[in-house]
Write a protein that binds this ligand. Structure first.
Ligand code: HEM
Length: 114
């Protein structure tokens, strides 16, 4: 059985994969970094649900997790924004940092939102 700690470590590594991959991609446009991003996204979701299970939250998805799922979707979607060079690297990286900050604070503060 995979422990809470292993899920959390992999969760953290997954979002590092995503954001470092994306940042490297916008400057190099190399496919390998797009792969980092894709792999990170898949792992992030798996480990996120693994963590939820380890926390015993199996009878429904809490509000703060819905927000994280929204961030996950947006981070996934912004790959096409990066691919098409629609935003400046500065704006793009700032946006990703804000999104990562929102997702991390949801796990830390677990607010009731709606
Ligand atoms: C870019 C997106 C995401 C980022 C940056 C992120 C970041 C983090 C961080 C930093 C933690 C550790 C918080 C702590 O130690 O207190 C965490 C925990 C967690 N995340 Fe994520 N996360 C993301 C997406 C997701 C997704 C999509 C899910 C659900 C499917 C998810 C579910 C969880 C859960 C259940 C925890 C454990 C909270 C706890 O231990 O109390 N995360 N996340």
């Amino acid at each position: 059985m995979i422990s809470y700690e292993i899920y959390k470590l992999t969760h953290i590594l997954s979002f590092l994969f995503i954001f470092i991959g994306l940042a490297a991609y916008i400057y190099s446009h190399k496919k390998i970094f797009a792969l980092f991003h894709g792999l990170g996204l898949a792992l992030l979701l798996v480990t996120g649900f693994g963590l939820l299970a380890r926390l015993g939250l199996t009878s429904g998805i809490p509000q703060w997790v819905w927000v994280k799922l929204g961030v996950w979707f947006l981070v996934g979607a912004t790959y096409s924004v990066a691919k098409r060079k629609m935003l400046s690297p500065f704006f793009q990286i700032t946006l990703w940092m804000i999104l990562a900050g929102i997702a991390a604070s949801m796990a830390i503060f677990k607010p009731m939102l709606f």
